[in-house]
Design a protein around this ligand. Structure first.
Ligand code: NAP
Length: 308
């Protein structure tokens, strides 16, 4: 489907894209850039890329598809750097977990004759780095594309076909809609996980050990989510501020409602709200977005679970 693909950043998502492309022979050649020599060497050793470049601009030169796979906070600087080297007709896309800020930061640098089609695979794990990727990460997961107004329909179509060939289902929406939906389905849940793990950790040393010892309860699953990459998540919250604050406001109101029901012993309200929440879980399983296995399909914690 593409002659030369340049991966700008080769961590979990970049390496999974390489695996998924090579599984189906979707690119004649995959080259890449990563910030550190260690990641570049690992990526070549694992066969994720045939050539590693020390600059993003060198990697992007001559590529017909450039995929930004680094933390979203550096996309603007990378776009500025690669812009003069982009080939006419090339497609620039990304995998960032926020979309409005990416359109804002990358869009202005894209030269005439180059297509910019932002994207976000709703798939991931709490692991990072080039060794954490795997070919099936995107299978039966959604990938959202947010092409700005006036984007070449053929370029969007090529990217849709690529993600479908990598196993995903594709949906197109505006960046604003994406950011609102992901704020509640991914960003706020991660914030809650980071917060509850820290609240427990701050309780003190004795309690800390009990936190570990008894973590087979709900807490354990929060620790998995809270072990996600701090750089990636810092950049998500700095770049999806409005939507996250809106959803946090709603969350806080609903939490107060629960708190009030507990304070006044209102069991009917608690039962009704927990029953409603339980129904949502059934919907997630029916939609094929998780398994009904008691261990969340993680096979004792060895298989990465899907999250975005
Ligand atoms: P990752 O495993 O931590 O890999 C990040 C890559 O970016 C590495 O190659 C790293 O290079 C490079 N990088 C880090 N800081 C950089 C900087 N300041 N300048 C240039 N390159 C830098 O991250 P990931 O999980 O693949 O996430 C990549 C993107 O995918 C993010 O934008 C994230 O929002 C999005 N995403 C993530 C998930 C998820 O669950 N993880 C899901 C969907 C989308 P070095 O290794 O050399 O430092």
């Amino acid at each position: 489907m593409f002659q030369r693909v340049a991966l700008i950043g080769i961590g979990l998502i970049g390496s999974s894209i390489s695996h998924a492309m090579r599984r189906r022979g979707l690119a004649r050649e995959i080259v890449g850039y990563a910030r550190t020599p260690a990641t570049r060497a690992t990526a070549v050793r694992l066969g994720l890329i045939s050539q590693a470049f020390e600059s993003a601009a060198d990697a992007a030169a001559g590529a017909d598809l450039i995929i930004l796979c680094s933390p979203v906070g550096v996309y603007g600087a990378i776009a500025q750097e690669i812009a003069p080297r982009l080939a006419r007709g090339a497609i620039v896309t990304d995998v960032g977990s926020v979309k409005g800020a990416v359109v804002r930061d990358v869009g202005p640098h894209i030269p005439d004759g180059v297509h910019f089609v932002p994207g976000h695979p709703i798939a991931g794990t709490e692991y990072s780095g080039p060794e954490s990727g795997f070919a099936t990460l995107f299978d039966n997961r959604w990938c959202i594309l947010t092409p700005p107004d006036g984007t070449d329909a053929a370029a969007t179509g090529r990217l849709r076909a690529l993600w479908e060939a990598m196993g995903s289902n594709v949906e197109i929406m505006t960046p604003e809609h994406h950011d609102m939906v992901l704020a509640i389905t991914s960003h706020v849940p991660h914030l809650i996980a980071f917060n509850i793990v820290n609240t427990a950790a701050h309780l003190g040393r004795v309690t800390d050990s009990e936190v570990i010892k008894f973590s087979a309860g709900g807490f354990r699953d929060f620790t998995r989510i809270a072990s996600s990459d701090p750089t990636m998540w810092r950049d998500v919250f700095l770049n999806n501020r409005e939507a996250v604050i809106e959803m946090l406001g709603r969350f806080a109101e609903d939490l107060s409602h629960l708190q009030r029901a507990i304070r006044y012993g209102d069991g009917d309200t608690l039962f009704r709200l927990f029953t409603e929440a339980r129904e949502v879980r059934k919907g997630v399983i029916q939609a094929g977005q998780d398994t009904a296995a008691p261990d969340f399909g993680r096979g004792g914690g060895m298989t990465p679970a899907s999250k975005a």
